[in-house]
Write a protein that binds this ligand. Structure first.
Ligand code: ZN
Length: 251
């Protein structure tokens, strides 16, 4: 006999199985990323129909079997429905889900990642925030949560905390004015450094409460593009689709 548990989380992926069923992955607060079978979830009148779509966030009542979880009920608090109205935001949202799916594991503490995912999807829904910035913030903090973030608060060589002027993608962090000249590093704007320090360290609830100049945004984009190449050895489908989409506009 298995037992019933209620977990809080967000649906990351959903795959059709058989005629009427679905296999979904949920990023949960309590048990990390889990795989769940939702029997009958694709029947038109199923109570599980909406609650088993990607982005659905809420409480999931599960029956814990020997080798898998079975979904018995879902009470969804947020479907993030407005994301689907805006194609760019939707793709970015799917990219965030894919990112979490790739980095998170079962029975691992993934609370921070779940929080980041939730706040970032809300940020995508907010018209006041630039989606380019939301993407960068998500990536930088996401990598930090997974232990691949840059060292931002002292010189990687001499440990000095002042005059941090250079950033090295290769070495993964800051160098001071003198050490920075000895390694492959680029001089970055003070406000870019400050922005990155904020992103890697502030409470996730406050993560999306700032704006940056176009200059800082551009510099951050350059840094994160290189940083991603160096530290993420995976091609995300949603990103690829977005890039290919952009190609259609070319002659
Ligand atoms: Zn130094």
């Amino acid at each position: 006999m298995g037992q019933s548990v209620t977990l809080t989380g967000m649906v990351l992926t959903a795959m059709p199985i058989g005629e009427y069923d679905k296999r979904i992955t949920i990023l949960t607060k309590e048990r990390g990323k889990i795989t769940v079978f939702a029997r009958g979830a694709r029947r038109p009148n199923s109570q599980l129909l909406a609650g088993t779509n990607p982005f659905s966030f809420g409480n999931f009542e599960l029956f814990e079997g020997k080798s898998a979880y079975n979904l018995s009920r879902a009470s969804i608090q947020n479907y993030f429905r407005s994301l689907t109205m805006d194609l760019d935001a939707a793709y970015l949202g799917f990219y965030f889900l894919e990112f979490a799916e790739y980095f998170c594991q079962e029975n691992n503490d993934e609370k921070e990642m779940l929080k980041l995912l939730y706040q970032s999807l809300r940020a995508l829904e907010s018209p006041a925030l630039d989606n380019r910035l939301v993407k960068l913030v998500f990536e930088l903090r996401g990598l930090t949560i997974n232990g691949e973030g840059p060292s931002m608060f002292s010189c990687l060589h001499c440990r000095k905390k002042e005059e941090l002027e250079f950033f090295s993608v290769k070495r993964g962090g800051m160098f001071c004015a003198s050490c920075g000249k000895l390694v492959p590093a680029r001089r970055i704007l003070e406000s870019t450094r400050y922005t990155m320090q904020y992103i890697v360290s502030v409470d996730i609830a406050k993560l999306y409460s700032f704006a940056v100049s176009e200059e800082v945004l551009g510099e951050l984009e350059g840094i994160m593009q290189e940083y991603g190449k160096q530290y993420i050895h995976h091609e995300f489908k949603a990103l690829k689709t977005m890039e290919e989409g952009a190609d259609f506009s070319k002659p």
